[in-house]
Design a protein around this ligand. Sequence first.
Ligand code: IPD
Ligand code: CA
Ligand code: CA
Length: 254
Amino acid sequence: MLNFAIQTAREAGNVLLEKFGRITSITKKGDINLVTEADLASEALIIERIKSYQPRHAILAEESGEAIVIGGDTKWKWIIDPLDGTTNYAHGYPCFCVTIALEHDGEIVVGVTFDPTRNEMFAAEKGGGATLNSKPISVSAETKLSDSLIVTGFPYNFRDKPNFERAFTEFLLRSRGVRRDGSAAIDMAYVACGRFEGFWEEGLHPWDVAAGKLLIEEAGGTISYYDGSEFSIYSPPICASNGGVHEQMLEVLR
Ligand code: IPD
Ligand code: CA
Ligand code: CA
């Protein structure tokens, strides 16, 4: 399953790369939420591959609606974001990825995030560790928030979330820096490989975080809700970290 996910993410990433800078069709899903022909082409390819590989597995894919279930075996569910970072992509800003996860009986067992512009394949299998381009990765060993680089995302509906502004200011004051790169899946992959110590965001969807959750857990990190309780990919918000700065992040977010 892991090799299939890796292969499929690479193929879909190449579709994104071929179309990058050449997009002719951009549609608005909401006020500022976009969908391009690349999102659709990448998703069509991934669904096609899954259907021929495991026709009875369920699929939850962003652009095909909240939840489409193909086949009858809902024990196995592929969770797909065919292009995470669509706004970046539409503006020619090279920070986007394909992210694919496989859930079995409610547990993520495979997760891959492929960044085609940097040719970086982040992959994890439950109990098998996490890798970047086939080499093992682990979260950063940092324990001080003041020496940490933190990343977040501005939710599309951030105007309705006043608490975001307060947390953002607090993290700016308490950390070494705060980044906003526009792809939650890449943000989480970067926590897994130690580039960022922590990530928080509200208003995400299961397909944004499913692969990242496994990547971070397999790389030795910690994920929870803002109150420290157990995180589910089906209901944001999320606080993810290297573990060492998790409590300090929760102090800000509580
Ligand atoms: C978005 C990105 C972004 C996050 C948004 C997501 P999309 O996904 O992950 O970083 O801030 O909340 O919706 O729309 O580019 O797939
Ligand atoms: Ca997304
Ligand atoms: Ca997307």
